[in-house]
Design a protein around this ligand. Structure first.
Ligand SMILES: *[C@@H]1O[C@H](CO)[C@@H](O)[C@H](O)[C@H]1NC(C)=O
Ligand SMILES: *[C@@H]1O[C@H](CO)[C@@H](O)[C@H](O)[C@H]1NC(C)=O
Ligand SMILES: *[C@@H]1O[C@H](CO)[C@@H](O)[C@H](O)[C@H]1NC(C)=O
Ligand SMILES: *[C@@H]1O[C@H](CO)[C@@H](O)[C@H](O)[C@H]1NC(C)=O
Length: 308
């Protein structure tokens, strides 16, 4: 009888400890949905969830996922968690069907602190439209040479083939301009760093990205939008370790440091750690003492049974 009682007692105790400490694998407390998009690490819709580099970034408004940065609001069309990029849409961005001038487009400017975390991919082309000859884009190049170029096979020469250009009849120029710059100048993001239409003195812009290795035939088949790469800047390992121990990755709202949420307690490393702050250390430690105590009692009990 005592032989059966002992394991039962042990199992019951273990389950109790697990419940109290939140060791049992609980679901992701931060994952959410907006429309048909999953919002998951490093993104989140609640403060404290996700990675701090992406805090106060995404908002779900009437089932539409919106991204807010200093240049404005964009609709998030897709989040690719496997390849770490987002696809953004700006309603005032020109496409193959419409050229939108008047400086209404957002362009793309992120807060300096967020810049390491969010950057348009090298395969994204920015086509700047109606820029003045005084634009900083064209300064510093001797002999009126142009900095414009194709990006991943996407560029203005082909873009001019769009129906939206038919009524505008664009000024095209070669690598060197005489009377004025071209109506469209394509560039990768690295060259300009921030697409601020008023600073660049441009009327509008378009952005497209290549769906390599898919070869599309013409500009009417290009993917229009801004493809933005997101980077965790070294927090990947932290989150992997946290999730492996049943935690949910988040950050400390006050200090903006990584935090592993373990149900009833938060850890600065992972949910198996005993070195993660005085509070959690004490909890884990006291349960360890209780376990050790029980073990000793059990051993004595067995000895008594054997002797008796
Ligand atoms: C779901 O998202 C895709 C884009 O990934 C979109 O084309 C589609 O219309 C969306 N479906 C619904 C029901 O919102
Ligand atoms: C854990 O951290 C999150 C995010 O900072 C916070 O919302 C939550 O209240 C914390 N939980 C505990 C038990 O301290
Ligand atoms: C864009 O540039 C203008 C003029 O240089 C400046 O006033 C404005 O703050 C900039 N916008 C953003 C979003 O940085
Ligand atoms: C861009 O590519 C087109 C052909 O697709 C070519 O005609 C044009 O000269 C290229 N432009 C630049 C600036 O290299």
């Amino acid at each position: 009888m005592a032989c059966l009682l002992l394991p039962t007692l042990f199992i019951t105790f273990h389950v109790l400890v697990s419940l109290v400490l939140g060791y049992s694998h609980h679901g992701n407390m931060c994952r959410s949905f907006c429309g048909n998009l999953t919002v998951d690490y490093p993104f989140a819709l609640q403060p404290g969830c996700g990675h701090h580099g992406f805090r106060e970034l995404l908002f779900c408004i009437n089932d539409v996922l919106m991204l807010h940065i200093s240049s404005g609001s964009y609709r998030v069309l897709d989040i690719d968690y496997a390849y770490d990029f987002l696809v953004l849409h700006d309603p005032h961005m020109s496409t193959c069907d419409a050229i939108i001038l008047g400086g209404r487009g957002n362009g793309f400017v992120v807060e300096p602190w967020r810049a390491p975390y969010l950057n348009p991919t090298p395969d994204t082309v920015f086509m700047l439209l109606g820029c003045s000859a005084q634009s900083p884009l064209f300064q510093g190049f001797p002999g009126k040479h142009l900095p414009c170029r194709n990006v991943s096979g996407l560029g203005c020469e082909e873009y001019y083939g769009c129906p939206a250009w038919e009524i505008i009849n664009p000024r095209r120029v070669g690598p060197v301009y005489g009377s004025g710059p071209p109506d469209c100048c394509a560039m990768p993001y690295e060259t300009i760093r921030s697409v601020n239409l008023s600073r660049l003195d441009c009327q509008g812009y378009s952005s497209a990205y290549s769906l390599a290795p898919v070869k599309v035939s013409g500009p009417d088949e290009w993917a229009y939008g801004i493809q933005v790469k997101y980077s965790l800047q070294g927090s990947e390992d932290f989150c992997r370790a946290c999730e492996a121990t049943g935690g949910t990755c988040g950050y400390d709202i006050d200090g903006n440091s990584d935090l592993c949420m373990c149900g009833s307690w938060n850890s600065t490393s992972n949910c198996d750690s005993v070195h993660s702050g005085a509070f959690s250390y004490r909890r884990k430690w006291s349960s360890e003492v209780a376990l050790a105590g029980l073990l000793i009692v059990a051993i004595f009990w067995r000895i008594q049974i054997i002797l008796g």
